[in-house]
Ligand binder design. Structure first.
Ligand SMILES: [Mg+2]
Length: 352
């Protein structure tokens, strides 16, 4: 018996909803995007992806890459309604649900044997399809990180389950950047030393790990070996603190946005201190000039209330949003997955 975590992620969510509701779109390259001149692709159907059409790509570039692209305007109210149906399935089948976005969640699959965990994931996939007509991909593993990597690896309409004991073998050939906590900068540095895969990382000795990661070395190694003790943490609204700013004029300059994130991080750090709490999740919210809303969030290895750590995570989220100079109307920062008390530098993997 193992405690399993499942990760579910609907395939090309917005685009799949559009195709579901307009069968004439079936089999065609579809992009969901706003109508403004500077609109970006919010989601691309799998038929559009071979052309190189991707989320966050400016729409005019997507049209150049794929002239027959069918562009559909987003319908947020509809996505929210569908999202509620999907999360109702997660809640009915799983023991705890940690939502990551409208169409993506970790689900605690509980203590069971491997076959039963796979069956649970298959049941969720079938129930979501029955309820909404959408396909959801699933990853099952003994930890969150591997469950998420697995569901990404089997998209679309897939189920990939990693048997307990196989975690390290599954991770070894993957690029180091797939590990949580290793951003593009660290990945470049590792690659320049010939460390390409997660397996290469595991092969490093302790002093090399310390050199690359300082005090985190031992934990990064645990994660690289597939030992990931983080449990599914259901989030309640009261467990997050946020702040946001609407600009008088749309902002395009990244330095200006970064300065706003810095101020917001300081504010959130103060609030966390007052609440005597630490946060495990940092997220940002962006409202673009075309009023489309974009969120990015990141999970920290350790809970924190340090302004610097919140700021760094928020900036990483901003970079991942790939705004490329698109106008921003509103920018917000949010800390969530709060834990009580002053965060201690206790090894994550020792606190099971
Ligand atoms: Mg998705």
């Amino acid at each position: 018996m193992t405690e399993f975590v499942a990760h579910f992620d609907v395939d090309a969510f917005y685009a799949s909803v559009a195709v579901r509701d307009d069968p004439s779109l079936r089999g065609k390259p579809v992009a969901i995007a706003g109508r403004s001149r500077r609109a970006v692709v919010l989601t691309a159907s799998y038929e559009a992806r071979p052309f190189g059409v991707r989320s966050a790509m400016p729409l005019y570039k997507a049209r150049m890459a794929c002239p027959e692209l069918v562009v559909v305007a987003p319908d947020m109210a509809k996505y929210k309604a569908v999202s509620r149906e999907i999360f109702a399935v997660f809640a009915a089948r799983g023991q705890a649900v940690e939502g990551l976005s409208m169409d993506e969640a970790f689900v605690d699959a509980g203590h069971r044997d491997f076959g039963a965990a796979c069956a649970l994931a298959a049941d969720v996939r079938r129930d979501v399809l029955d309820a909404t007509g959408l396909t959801v991909s699933a990853g099952i593993a003994s930890g969150k990180m591997i469950a998420k990597i697995a569901s990404d690896a089997c998209k679309p309409n897939g189920l990939l389950a990693i048997p307990p004991g196989d975690e390290a073998r599954f991770l070894a050939p993957l690029p180091v950047g797939r590990l949580w906590g290793i951003g593009p900068k660290t990945q470049r540095r590792l690659t320049s030393f010939g460390i390409q895969t997660i397996g290469d990382l595991v092969a490093l000795d302790e002093s090399q790990l310390r050199e690359f990661f300082g005090a985190w070395g031992a934990q990064i190694r645990e994660l690289a070996c597939g030992r990931d003790a983080r449990r599914v943490e259901p989030e309640r609204e009261t467990e997050s603190i946020s702040t946001e700013e609407t600009f008088e004029y749309d902002v395009r300059d990244e330095r200006e946005l970064v300065a706003v994130l810095r101020a917001q991080s300081l504010e959130l750090a103060e609030k966390l201190e007052r609440e005597n709490a630490g946060a495990r999740t940092v997220g940002i919210k962006i409202k673009r000039g075309d009023f489309s809303i974009l969120g990015r969030q990141t999970h920290l290895i350790e809970p924190t209330r340090a302004a610097r750590a919140i700021f760094r995570a928020a900036v990483a989220c901003l970079r991942r949003a790939q705004l490329d100079g698109a106008p921003v109307r509103l920018l917000g920062t949010r800390v969530a997955s709060l834990v009580e008390g002053e965060p201690l530098q206790i090894g994550l993997f020792s606190q099971r």
